[in-house]
Design a protein around this ligand. Structure first.
Ligand SMILES: [Ca+2]
Length: 461
């Protein structure tokens, strides 16, 4: 079964059903969206392909994840339990019973379509084993590298946790690093000075901070969200309204750490202490303390190394629809018989079309034809791999006869733009799923990408 995704923004009507492998191409008037991988051009030798860097559109990634809870039996309702309100220990009308659909609060209710009243939410057991900590890990796994394009937003149904850590993995859950710490008191909880995303600068963008912005004020019913601010970080390069995405893309192109910062395969929400609303925990009313999450938003796109503008969900697994003679879930290697030169990630530069860095046939010598020259160079007879202006060798590499970059140790790629394999996620397409629960029926295909603008851009205009 194949179905089209309905996009929540301006271009919903353009999300049409399509068959996999027949991705519609759009030719936007506005530059820099990287939604076209190739176009036909006329040359003296006839029709030829002109290749461009391309990427899938940003979309709601929660439709494609698996969620795992640790401990696995932490969801409420088995046995049934009655909860009291945090604000009022005598208001105990919140009932959880896993065996009754209307009273159950399974994890998938964090990802269903919101807008209903009352809201639907996942809920944990209460803090009945106090003073033993009530801690829950919620792991979201995509089994695919994805790039975040908008803020991660968690909406809590009850009070927001007093201590929490958001973590990311780039290697399918083998190793984890923190994204952000959250606490009512950062010094007390994590020995960190409290900061906000607004304190970050271009130089400190990759710093991991602890914020108190999203942990206080449980009595205010409107303060329900906990956010990881992707857009504020983008804005450090792209300007407050993200009007200068070229600047951001330029930075992403040349700074691997920055690109990796927004790239994940998994997220982990570590709930460390529930809202108590007071300094002291009321031990006589422990059914007031629990976690409940009604919604999680994760916007992003499949990482395809700028070699695909579409990504499909097939048999429960995301994969790029690779162009430019590349293959693999992330288009991270050349197709068989296309090893004429080493694989390379595409480049956002030069603006607006970027550089496709296509794989070329193995038995071809130097590149002669326009359709094989993907380096953003106009001269068809001589592929100019590098020069001292636009196609600069990066990371200390030096250009030799405009034909190749001699890279510094530790770097590789046509323009030395890539660090050599630094971790399992970089060089390894072997995927290891570890999720135990899927909220989405698997076994069907859907097309993720067909729309003109990246969602990030649209949502801000
Ligand atoms: Ca919900």
């Amino acid at each position: 079964m194949r179905s089209a995704m309905l996009l929540p923004v301006l271009f919903a009507l353009q999300a049409l059903c399509t068959s996999v492998g027949h991705a519609m191409q759009h030719y936007p008037a506005v530059w820099g969206h990287y939604d076209v991988c190739k176009s036909q051009i006329y040359t003296e030798e006839g029709l030829a392909w002109d290749y461009m860097a391309c990427q899938p559109e940003a979309t709601d990634m929660t439709e494609y994840l698996r969620v795992t809870l640790d401990p696995p039996n932490i969801t409420c309702g088995d046995p049934p339990e009655t909860y009291c309100a945090l604000e009022n220990p005598y208001m105990c009308n919140n009932e959880c019973d896993a065996a009754t659909e209307e009273l159950a609060h399974p994890p998938e209710l964090m990802f269903d379509i919101e807008g209903r009243n009352p809201t639907t939410f996942w809920q944990s057991t209460s803090w009945k084993k106090y003073p033993k900590p009530l801690q829950v890990n919620i792991t979201l796994s995509w089994n695919k590298t994805i790039e975040l394009t908008d803020d991660i937003v968690l909406t809590f149904e009850s009070g927001r946790p007093e201590q929490m850590v958001l973590e990311k993995s780039l290697d399918y859950g083998r190793t984890w690093t923190p994204y952000q710490f959250y606490a009512t008191d950062c010094l007390d909880a994590f020995t960190m000075e409290p900061k906000t995303a607004n304190d970050l600068t271009q130089q400190t963008l990759l710093d991991i901070i602890c914020t108190e912005d999203y942990s206080r004020g449980y009595v205010w019913k409107n303060d329900k969200t906990v956010r990881f601010e992707i857009k504020d970080r983008f804005a450090l390069f792209a300007g407050p309204r993200l009007h200068n995405m070229a600047s951001l893309y330029g930075q992403l192109d040349t700074t691997k750490n920055l690109r990796d910062f927004f790239t994940i395969t998994d997220l982990r929400i570590r709930l460390l202490k529930p809202a108590t609303g007071a300094t002291m925990v009321d031990e006589n009313n422990l059914s007031r303390y629990f976690y409940a999450i009604s919604d999680i938003k994760v916007q992003g796109r499949c990482k395809c190394n700028l070699h695909a503008n579409s990504c499909v969900f097939d048999k429960g697994k995301l994969g790029c629809e690779c162009e430019h003679n590349t293959t693999g879930p992330d288009c991270s290697r050349c197709k068989k018989h296309y090893h004429g030169r080493a694989w390379s990630v595409g480049s956002y530069l030069p603006i607006p079309k970027g550089t496709a860095n296509i794989c070329i046939p193995s038995n071809h010598g130097p590149v002669h034809r326009a359709n094989a020259s993907s380096l953003g160079v106009a001269n068809r007879n001589q592929a100019r791999v590098c020069d001292n202006a636009m196609l600069r060798c990066q990371n200390g590499g030096t250009c030799h006869h405009h034909q190749r970059c001699h890279c510094s140790p530790g770097f590789t790629g046509i323009l030395c733009e890539r660090a050599r394999c630094q971790g399992p996620g970089d060089c390894d397409d072997q995927l290891s799923g570890q999720a135990s629960l899927h909220h989405h029926p698997i076994g069907h295909q859907r097309t993720l990408t067909l729309v003109v603008f990246p969602l990030l851009f649209v949502s801000l205009c």
